[in-house]
Design a protein around this ligand. Structure first.
Ligand code: PRX
Length: 659
């Protein structure tokens, strides 16, 4: 982390403003930004009430803006009612947007399917009717385990239409992770596909569902609706399993949206925390959707003729907010991509931007960094070989973007004409929090710049006091905002403890370290807890450790992150086996076995990059694993601290050998 901090703090270049974007932007110029920020700051409730009235369609208007009676369980617009799907689809039906393309779907093999808002509305209604006819209703929970597809959008929107709370599980998670989420969320319905297609390969999904539901608690799921994506063979559980095309047959393409309370849980999305068990982040309906729509306007400056493309998977919060809810509420045309950036070649993104005339492109630093490598080693894959002049705004999300990658993105993809939006936010925040505005904010490579209007972000010390510019501290948000996490599903105590610890004055604690410069710009320094960020995916070190110690050979395991030029961080696992220390081929063999094991327990993204075996782990006298030391060992850095208190200093040499 420290080398990253130095490199960002020596960054002094400033870019922008970008007149071409500013000329027509929703928020044009810093004065406009400051005016909006000040309005929100002076009267937060008045500000959010105005936004909620102007941007959402209410079935029952709210009279209370914010209920703070049970802090930190804030409730926004608590006596209002609306339907999220109606706010994404029905609102466009009587307007010219109805016949506009909502989604340009490009499959892994390049096949393109387009769907208009009117058609999407009809599809959502049909599925909602089908789900209703199976006996599901408002308040039920559905697990969605689908590939990137129009069907995934339809499934999420159909749930929203009926007030069924969805929990999307990323297709890369194992059957075990799927099972845990099914049980924790109390799902009675699962929507999945036979297989998903990525990078020319078919990967089974239905099989993982079958495995998950055969475990204790799985019998609570009454139906599994299966989208036939590849036609691959699947096992069939009569009475429980239903083909999507069968349940849709004969369903009407009209289905009245069910008005729900503003606070009704739209979705629960699992993310890693600092303990072994992933947390079910619960989001609201109205406050969440309001800010999805507002950030489409503020951050992405969305316009009627834009072609928007967020490359995230719908299994992550980015896909929820900036594929399924934000762009549709805004009536935008968006690209949705089934595949991976490197198939059939690492020029796929650039080809697609050119082919579909993409104007706003939003991706992750890890993708940028891997495409830099590919482009620099083969001219054919370089973005300069493609016509990217349609682009006007490019964005980044999920992890810090180092100034070098920022500059490459700005120069080669944005051709120095497009602002780079480094958007800082989290599963818990629901939407962007700290980000440049394309028509206003001067950019500094490596900084996510300034908070959005209504977002009172700060950097504080251990006792909750704001620190001076240039000093590092904890990133907090001092006031509640409409799209914030409402609770951790089934665990309100953990919600309070994780995000609102008493020493932080009731501020929302993000879990990131940060500092501000003298212009007030924020520089994110990475997680301050036991959460790693690998290729933009959040992973709890304890989560990986518990998976490892579940293996019969493993006595003890400690997992740390090591900075990595492509993936941001890489997982390094230190392992004590229940057998003598392995060497050479045998160690390689066991390391492979353990990696596959973690892949099966959590998912391939959690597989340790390196495994290091030792006879024990470095511990303090009180028996705590010295993770700081392990982080140095993982980076092959010299150990300068006193290690004389270690039981067996020789293990540091053992642990330097990686497999
Ligand atoms: O550490 C921060 C990092 O990603 C974490 C949130 O991860 P997740 O909930 O999976 O959401 C990712 C998509 C919003 C944060 O705590 N992070 C996210 N965006 C940035 C970032 N770190 C630095 N700069 C960013 N722009």
């Amino acid at each position: 982390m420290s080398s990253g901090i130095e490199s960002v703090l020596t960054e002094t270049r400033v870019f922008g403003p970008f007149e071409r974007v500013a000329a027509t932007a929703h928020i044009s110029g810093m004065d406009a930004y400051r005016a909006l920020y000040d309005e929100a700051d002076r009267d937060p409730e008045g500000f959010w009430a105005r936004q909620a009235r102007e941007n959402l369609i209410w079935d029952k208007p709210f009279t209370t803006v914010l209920d703070e009676s049970n802090k930190p369980f804030y409730r926004w617009f608590p006596d209002g009612e609306l339907n999220v799907s109606a706010n994404c689809l029905d609102r466009h039906l009587g307007t010219p947007v109805a016949d506009k393309t909502a989604i340009i779907f490009e499959a892994d093999d390049g096949e393109v399917t387009r769907i208009t808002y009117r058609e999407l509305h009809a599809r959502v209604c049909q599925l909602a009717n089908a789900i209703k006819s199976l006996g599901y209703q408002t308040g039920d929970r559905a697990i969605i385990y689908l590939p990137m597809s129009i069907e995934a959008v339809v499934a999420m929107q159909a749930c929203a239409r009926l007030g069924i709370t969805h929990s999307v599980v990323f297709g890369g998670f194992s059957s075990k992770s799927l099972h845990e989420r099914c049980v924790d969320v109390g799902a009675t319905l699962v929507i999945t596909a036979d297989e998903q297609r990525r990078g020319g390969r078919a990967i089974p999904l239905k099989r993982a569902v079958d495995e998950a539901l055969s475990q204790p608690g799985g019998e609570a799921v009454r139906h599994v609706i299966v989208y036939r994506r590849t036609g691959g063979a699947v096992d069939w559980n009569e009475g429980r399993d239903l083909w999507l095309h069968d349940v849709l047959e004969g369903q009407s393409n009209e289905c009245a949206p069910v008005p729900v309370n503003a606070e009704h849980p739209l979705f629960i999305l699992y993310t890693s925390g600092s303990t072994g068990k992933p947390k079910g982040v619960q989001h609201s309906s109205a406050g969440y959707l309001l800010m999805c729509l507002l950030t489409m306007k503020w951050t992405f400056d969305i316009k009627n003729d834009d072609i928007f493309w967020c490359t995230a998977d719908v299994g992550w919060v980015t896909g929820h907010s900036y594929i399924v809810y934000g762009p549709l509420a805004a009536g935008a045309t968006q690209i949705m991509f089934e595949g991976v950036p490197t198939y059939p070649t690492p020029a796929r993104f650039w080809e697609m931007i050119q082919r579909h005339q993409c104007t706003i492109f939003y991706t992750a630093p890890t993708a940028i960094r891997s495409l830099i490598k590919a482009a620099e080693s083969n001219e054919e894959h370089h973005p300069r070989k493609f016509d990217l002049t349609s682009l006007r705004i490019i964005g980044s999300v999920g992890e810090p973007i180092n100034p070098e990658a920022w500059m490459w993105y700005f120069t080669n993809v944005g051709r120095e004409r497009c602002p780079v939006l480094d958007t800082w936010w989290q599963t818990e925040t629901g939407v962007h929090m700290i980000t440049p505005l394309p028509g206003a904010t001067p950019l500094k490579p490596g900084s996510c710049t300034l908070p959005l209007p209504g977002i009172d972000a700060a950097v504080v010390d251990e006792s909750g006091r704001e620190v001076e510019p240039g000093r590092g501290g904890f990133l907090v948000v001092k006031r509640p905002w409409p799209a914030m996490i409402r609770t951790i599903w089934g665990d309100p105590e953990r919600f309070k403890k994780s995000y609102f610890p008493p020493e932080h004055n009731g501020y929302y604690l993000a879990g990131d370290g940060a500092q501000r410069d003298t212009d007030g710009y924020f520089w994110i320094m990475g997680r301050i807890d036991d959460v790693l960020n690998v290729s933009g995916h959040r992973l709890g070190t304890m989560e990986v450790e518990s998976a490892m110690v579940a293996h019969p050979l493993v006595a003890e395991a400690a997992v740390v992150g090591r900075p990595d030029a492509t993936t941001g961080e890489a997982v390094v696992a230190f392992v004590v086996l229940k057998r003598p220390l392995p060497q050479g081929d045998e160690a390689n063999e066991i390391a492979r076995e353990l990696r596959d094991w973690v892949g099966r327990e959590i998912g391939p993204i959690a597989k340790p990059r390196e495994i290091r075996f030792g006879e024990n782990l470095p511990k303090t006298r009180s028996g705590k694993i010295m993770r700081r030391l392990l982080r140095l060992v993982a980076q092959d850095q010299p150990i300068t601290q006193d290690v004389s208190t270690l039981e067996n200093p020789a293990i540091l040499t053992q642990l330097s050998q990686s497999y």
